[in-house]
Design a protein around this ligand. Structure first.
Ligand SMILES: Nc1ncnc2c1ncn2[C@@H]1O[C@H](COP(=O)(O)OP(=O)(O)OP(=O)(O)O)[C@@H](O)[C@H]1O
Ligand SMILES: [Mg+2]
Length: 324
């Protein structure tokens, strides 16, 4: 079968479902800091991708390059079929960016600022569309307010409205929930999911790892400029996750009976409980049930069973190590 001509601008190396294709990306800042080291990354169309990493890892630099704010030292970026170096305007028109820093035109009204953003990307005026965006972000009532007079959370909503004003297919959210209250965070999660359901591909960075755990389809971990891991969240949790089972005993034990000796099982120092560490989520459930059966067979009574799974945060700290 001959391929259709519309695919001609997408290089053969790009995966068919890939919407952002990053190859061999390098960034060395003036002054010599090597902020990105040979980064290869494919973002899949329609996914929520969370990029995690400690302060200074290179997340904002990576986003800045894809959005044309930072010049790459080497490498290529294709965004929705357009090379950002050779076809910048077309690439940028596909991308919305909610920047990490809260800097915007403080003296403008919300309405003017969002309409202006739309125009910047060459989109025709569309007041109905802008109204829709503002209403979806609970900003409609504030449309005539000057941005400088709004609260921090509301300013962040304005940044999101601006990023969405030109109907991008790819949305970058760089720390969208830094410093916002729980309610706005929940609202944002809902909004991000709604956008994904409409077909927008979302790439977000966050220091709230539970946010990535709740939202992301896939996780990338970057550390000191190197992308050290990219994985489906579910697989990551299964591969690296542990289940800890604590079984409270009715009567304390002095030693573990021989039939229960197993590298995964420990008797607590006071002899009142058994601590079992199981790798992987699936193994966790089955393993715990198995162990309870063995206890029954050994005639050991227990009064409680608690299971705790490692969170994505535990996994992240295990991968990257704690940072000051
Ligand atoms: N304009 C610049 N000039 C020189 N160095 C820079 C510049 N911008 C960033 N850097 C350096 O590059 C590294 C990566 O910074 P970047 O902002 O990409 O990290 P980040 O992962 O977004 O961190 P954070 O979680 O704090 O937002 C840091 O060491 C930073 O100091
Ligand atoms: Mg950053």
């Amino acid at each position: 079968m001959a391929s259709s001509t519309s695919e001609a601008s997408v290089p053969e190396s790009a995966a068919p479902d890939s919407i952002v294709s990053i190859t061999g990306l390098e960034k060395t800042y003036k002054g010599g800091h090597h902020a990105l080291k040979s980064v290869d990354l494919e973002i899949r169309r329609g996914e929520i991708f969370a990029l995690l990493g400690p302060n200074g890892a290179g997340k904002t630099t990576l986003i800045g390059i894809v959005c044309g704010l930072v010049r790459a030292s080497a490498g290529t970026v294709i965004a929705d079929g357009h090379d950002i170096a050779h076809d910048y305007r077309a690439a940028r028109a596909k991308i919305g960016l909610v920047p990490q820093e809260l800097s915007t035109d403080m003296f403008e009204t919300v309405w003017h600022s969002v309409n202006f953003s739309r125009g910047l990307f060459g989109k025709p005026r569309d007041h109905a569309r802008v109204e829709q965006v503002l209403r979806a972000l609970s900003l409609w009532e504030k449309r005539n307010s000057k941005i400088g007079t709004l609260s921090g959370g509301m300013k962040r909503r304005v940044l999101i409205a601006k990023a969405l004003s030109h109907d991008p297919t790819i949305l970058f959210l760089d720390e969208p929930t830094a410093g916002v209250d729980v309610e706005l965070r929940r609202d944002m999660w809902e909004m991000v999911r709604a956008l994904r359901d409409q077909g927008v591909t979302i790439i977000l960075t966050t220091h709230y790892i539970e946010e990535a755990e709740e939202m992301a389809d896939r996780i990338g971990v970057i550390d000191e400029g190197k992308l050290i891991l990219v994985e489906e969240k579910a697989i990551l949790m299964r591969k690296f996750g542990r289940t800890r089972v604590t079984i409270g005993l009715k009567e304390p034990l002095a030693v573990l009976p021989p039939e229960l000796v197993d590298s995964r099982v420990k008797l607590a120092d006071d002899g009142h409980s058994l601590l079992i560490t199981l790798m992987g989520e699936g193994d966790g459930q089955a393993g715990a049930a198995d162990f309870v059966k063995k206890l029954g067979a050994s005639g050991i009574d227990f009064r409680s069973i608690e299971t705790a799974r490692s969170s994505l945060e535990d996994i992240f700290v295990g991968l990257v190590g704690k940072r000051p």
